[in-house]
Design a protein around this ligand. Structure first.
Ligand SMILES: Nc1ncnc2c1ncn2[C@@H]1O[C@H](COP(=O)(O)OP(=O)(O)OP(=O)(O)O)[C@@H](O)[C@H]1O
Ligand SMILES: [Mg+2]
Length: 249
């Protein structure tokens, strides 16, 4: 298969409409010449919808517990809203985008992380559907929802999902676009390059926290599995002139 770039668009960027529009325009333009899979999260939209539907969240060690009501809202926010908005914007800008989730075509099979309720970790990526779409010139846009082997629906961390997909496809490039200009050091200065061996210490010393943890872990995993170029990058700069932190072996 021709070279492929996997881009994860952070849900954190949905608040920045200027960055979002610029990104969709850019991606729509280059997706006509090169292959992309777009994976997205939707943290902000999930929070907003939970509030709108008055679904109270329970937290376990600072992480949201996803019960059945929460899961319905999570899926609505990811597949019903963020996925639609991104796919619509890409089509508007001339791309052949197709919005799916990890459920479709059993693209991603996950395993439940029981402590967190209906939350799963990807255990298998079935490339078939995305390959068929790419071969036919479509741009797959994948929401971070999947089913487990029994068919139960789970919320998946979108960073972990993007990394699993990039690894399964042996993608040339994996870019995490987010709401910060890369990974900050302890003085809030963007680190230009991080070697995978240095990641453990950055997490242990709490320089890397919260939503940056699954992202950097996804980077390490994909670098180890042979993805050549891996970035945590500034969503406002986009994908043509990627600016941020490069993660290397
Ligand atoms: N060392 C660090 N450098 C930069 N950001 C960090 C660091 N440690 C923690 N963060 C936090 O990580 C956040 C990015 O992750 P977050 O999960 O919030 O966004 P996202 O992954 O882009 O969106 P979503 O999860 O909705 O897809 C930053 O806004 C910042 O608050
Ligand atoms: Mg995140």
């Amino acid at each position: 298969m021709k070279s492929l770039t996997v881009v994860k668009f952070g849900g954190s960027l949905t608040k920045n409409l200027k960055a979002q529009d610029k990104f969709l325009k850019e991606l729509a333009g280059i997706s006509r010449r090169r292959r992309f899979i777009l994976v997205h999260g939707g943290g902000l939209e999930i929070n907003a919808m939970l509030e709108k539907f008055s679904v109270a969240s329970k937290f376990v060690n600072g992480l949201r517990y996803t019960d059945a009501d929460t899961l319905s809202v999570v899926e609505l926010a990811l597949s019903g809203k963020v996925n639609r908005v991104l796919t619509t914007g890409l089509i508007k800008n001339g791309a052949n985008a197709v919005g799916i989730s990890g459920k479709d075509g059993k693209s991603v099979i996950c395993k439940q992380v029981k402590e967190l309720g209906f939350v799963g970790e990807p255990v298998k990526v079935n490339k078939k559907l995305a390959e068929v779409l790419l071969e036919a010139g479509f741009l797959p846009v994948i929401a971070s929802i999947a089913q487990d082997a029994k068919g139960d629906v789970m919320n998946i961390n979108a960073d972990t999902l993007a990394s699993s997909i990039a690894s399964a496809f042996k993608a040339e490039k994996l870019i995490f676009l987010t709401d910060v200009p890369g990974v900050f050091d302890k003085n809030k200065k963007t680190i230009k390059e991080i070697k995978i061996g240095a990641v453990g210490a950055l997490i242990k010393s709490e320089v890397i926290t919260g939503g940056m943890i699954p992202k950097i872990k996804g980077c390490v995993s994909s670098v180890k599995k042979g993805v050549k170029e891996v970035w945590i990058a500034d969503g406002a700069s986009g994908i043509k002139n990627v600016k941020g932190t490069v993660i290397k072996r």
